[in-house]
Design a protein around this ligand. Structure first.
Ligand SMILES: [Zn+2]
Length: 220
């Protein structure tokens, strides 16, 4: 069950087309998995459209192009997601991607096996943000860390915990330098997440502190 959602302001900005491309991508992928947020985005999308019509007293606005912009960001609530979804594979396991992440499957680098039963595959999303698919095997954990910038994570499949909360498929988690956490999973099937950060992580305890000078090379 999904317990963590983008906040209302993020959903409104998403509907208006005013989120950064990286944030819009991960909010859109969350909405693919979350009917609750699809409805909120639909509501905001309709009010954006109403505002536009109300403002167009002299008929000068090109509604065709505006409406096509709006429908481009609109998430179809009843889309049969799976029939359009790409599958990514790791070690014989297959994962169905949310529709908004489909195009990323062609921009994925190779999986690399990191310490602590963690696998990572980088994804080129352009811009300054760095995106990765991260898979934690059962018993896997990412060393305790905080964030120099922000870290936005969508749980694609499975469950994990981080000492702050327990997360399930579809959960949207946004953390920053105020949060220190240690993601781990005990789920039998492990956990696949999609994560975007704007600055390298900062490891805060044990041996992992030694790798901070190199943390831009992975988990970045
Ligand atoms: Zn939601």
């Amino acid at each position: 069950m999904i317990n963590f959602h983008p906040n209302n302001q993020q959903l409104a900005l998403f509907a208006e087309g005013n989120l950064s491309p990286a944030e819009a991508l991960i909010v859109s992928a969350h909405c693919d998995m979350c009917e609750h947020c699809q409805r909120i985005v639909q509501f905001h999308t309709e009010s954006v459209a109403e505002d536009l019509f109300a403002d167009d007293a002299d008929g000068s606005i090109d509604f065709d192009s505006m409406m096509s912009e709006i429908t481009n960001i609109h998430v179809e609530p009843n889309q049969p997601a799976k029939s359009y979804s790409k599958i990514i594979e790791l070690d014989g396991k297959e994962f169905v991607l949310p529709r908004s992440l489909n195009r990323l499957s062609s921009k994925m680098g190779n999986w690399s096996h990191l310490v602590g039963k963690i696998w990572q595959a980088p994804v080129d999303i352009g811009g300054v943000n760095v995106a990765n698919f991260i898979y934690m095997e059962k018993g896997g954990s990412v060393p305790e860390h905080t964030h120099r910038g922000s870290e936005t994570t969508l749980v694609i499949n499975g469950e994990f915990s981080d000492g702050i909360a327990d997360y399930d498929s579809g959960d949207f988690i946004q953390l920053n330098g105020n949060h220190t956490h240690t993601p781990f999973t005990q789920a039998q099937e492990g956990c696949l997440v999609f994560s975007i950060v704007d600055k390298p992580l900062y490891f805060t305890s044990g041996w992992a502190r030694l790798i901070n000078p190199f943390s831009h090379l992975f988990f970045k």
